[in-house]
Design a binder for this molecule. Structure first.
Ligand code: ADP
Ligand code: MG
Length: 482
């Protein structure tokens, strides 16, 4: 676990470092180019000024250069000296050199063809040139016109050595600083990644501590309402669901053991009695008969459980065929007419035409369970009504009786497995307490709601509400026949 968290941290840091390096490199390039551009602009501006100064002092008279200045003014004298000792070249149109400074001759005068080209272009030319020692200079050349309006080639320049020094110094400093910067950024992102992942590690530890026996533990939200809190919520919800299922399974195994123990104890008792009374054939037989009954009951419990667990684990397919509910309910009511009369009960139907998409067998099973409960829990002389009531996009299936009712405190549990409302005297026909679990499952498989209204001593009403199907049931042929 720790190893994996470290892996994520390392990866985050590396990604960060990669981006930082790219940014540092791009920044360096941008600085370098900006600096180079500024230096070049500066030098060009300087040469423009120098150009104007040279032109104000230099004339050409009869093909010879003449410097005009006040020889008594020490400042002007110094300026002209500086100009003549700097980079300076004056040539005529044919490329004959009229004046050249020592420094300029190191670079070499332009070829006559080049001079003609620049003069012909009519624009000053600014370019780099190198001397014999490979030092670089920025040269500005252009036209100089004398008093007779004749054109001459004038060229001045400035060494770029100091500019290049500044640039290379910048590069050297930046390159030596970049690794330090990157290291600092890397360390910072390592720290930040660690901080960001810390809650994740806490969460992992908390999640790790939850086991089947401590499912009530929840991971605490940090209150930041961020992605991690979202994960914690999802995780806690998952544990909620797990806890529910765990509890259900636990309750279920307890219920099953209880359920099986009672008939097993009974069978054992009966068999013991049979062993001790084997002299009397009659009593022997009686014991055997009731043992067989209890074994039957055991088998019934096991079968019902198997069926229910298959249904609840999704192994039972549920069809969604269009069903004519009034017709289906009518058929079931007919089947229950005889058992109801046998118990002294009146079974009545109120069936409005209604259609729903569902599974015929399952809906029939749901109805039989509700009707047999009503018959079982309604004393002789009572009424049972089965209704189909379409209403507002829904179809309500209602089973109502005038039976003994269900006390309010038991209502929330009647759909639980094996749950039976305790009754003072023994039920004439003991149920398994599983019928309503099936009803609940079938309703859920059809996305239907169940509600129960009951008043002890007065009666009970079960209402199952389905969504009505949009198209009518596909049984028109037979409907026409009848
Ligand atoms: N129509 C009803 N009137 C009164 N009590 C009912 C009715 N239907 C169900 N019950 C109560 O709900 C309990 C659970 O029903 P069910 O799951 O069908 O189990 P069973 O019928 O096997 O006892 C029953 O034991 C009974 O106490
Ligand atoms: Mg029942």
């Amino acid at each position: 676990m720790g190893g994996r968290a470290l892996g994520l941290r390392l990866r985050l840091t590396l990604i960060n470092a990669l981006f930082s390096s790219a940014i540092v490199a791009v920044l360096g390039l941008v600085f370098h180019e900006t600096l180079r551009y500024t230096l070049r602009q500066n030098t060009e501006a300087f040469l423009d000024e120098e150009w104007a100064v040279v032109k104000s002092y230099l004339r050409v008279e009869k093909g010879r250069p003449v410097w005009f200045y006040d020889r008594d003014d020490p400042e002007e004298t110094a300026t002209v000296l500086r100009l003549r000792q700097g980079l300076l070249l004056l040539a005529d149109r044919q490329g004959r050199v009229l004046e050249v400074s020592d420094a300029y001759s190191q670079i070499g005068a332009e070829k006559p063809s080049e001079i003609r080209e620049i003069l012909a272009s009519g624009k000053p030319s600014v370019r780099q040139r190198h001397d014999a020692d490979d030092f670089t200079y920025l040269i500005r050349s252009g036209i100089h016109i004398d008093d007779d309006r004749r054109q001459f080639f004038l060229s001045i320049g400035r060494p770029l050595e100091s500019d290049e020094l500044v640039l290379s110094q910048f590069t050297r400093r930046y390159l030596s600083l970049a690794p330090v910067l990157l290291l600092a950024l890397g360390a910072a992102s390592w720290w930040a990644a660690g901080r960001a992942l810390n809650p994740l590690r806490t969460f992992a530890a908390a999640a790790q501590s939850i086991t089947g026996d401590s499912l009530n533990v929840r991971v605490e939200r940090r209150g930041a309402n961020d992605e991690l809190d979202g994960v914690i919520d999802a995780f806690n919800n998952m544990v909620d669901r797990l806890e529910n299922s765990f509890n259900q399974i636990r309750r279920f195994s307890t219920d099953v053991s209880h359920e099986l123990r009672t008939p097993l104890t009974a069978i054992r008792g009966q068999l013991e009695v049979a062993l001790m009374t084997s002299d009397s054939k009659e009593r022997y037989r009686d014991a055997m008969v009731s043992a067989v009954e209890d074994v039957d009951r055991l088998a019934q419990v096991v079968r019902a459980l198997l069926h229910l667990s298959q249904a609840e684990s999704g192994q039972v397919a549920v069809a969604h065929d269009p069903l004519d509910l009034a017709r289906l309910a009518g058929g079931i009511a007919e089947q229950f007419q005889f058992p109801a009369e046998a118990e002294g009960l009146a079974l009545e139907t109120r069936l409005s035409p209604a259609t729903l998409a569902g599974d015929k067998i399952h809906i029939e099973r749901l109805l039989s369970n509700l009707l047999s409960n009503s018959i079982k829990y309604t004393p002789a002389g009572g009424h049972i009504t089965l209704s189909v009531v379409p209403n507002d996009g829904e179809v309500h299936l209602i089973v109502e009786d005038t039976g003994r009712g269900i006390p309010a405190e038991h209502l929330p549990h009647i759909f639980d497995r094996f749950y039976r409302v305790p009754d003072g005297h023994r039920d004439p026909e003991r149920g398994l307490g599983i019928g309503l679990s099936f009803v609940a499952w079938i309703a859920k498989a059809h996305s239907a709601r169940i509600s129960v209204d009951s008043e002890p001593g007065k009666g009970t009403r079960f209402t199952v509400s389905f969504a009505a199907a949009s198209q009518p049931a596909a049984t028109p042929a037979r409907a026409l026949e009848s």
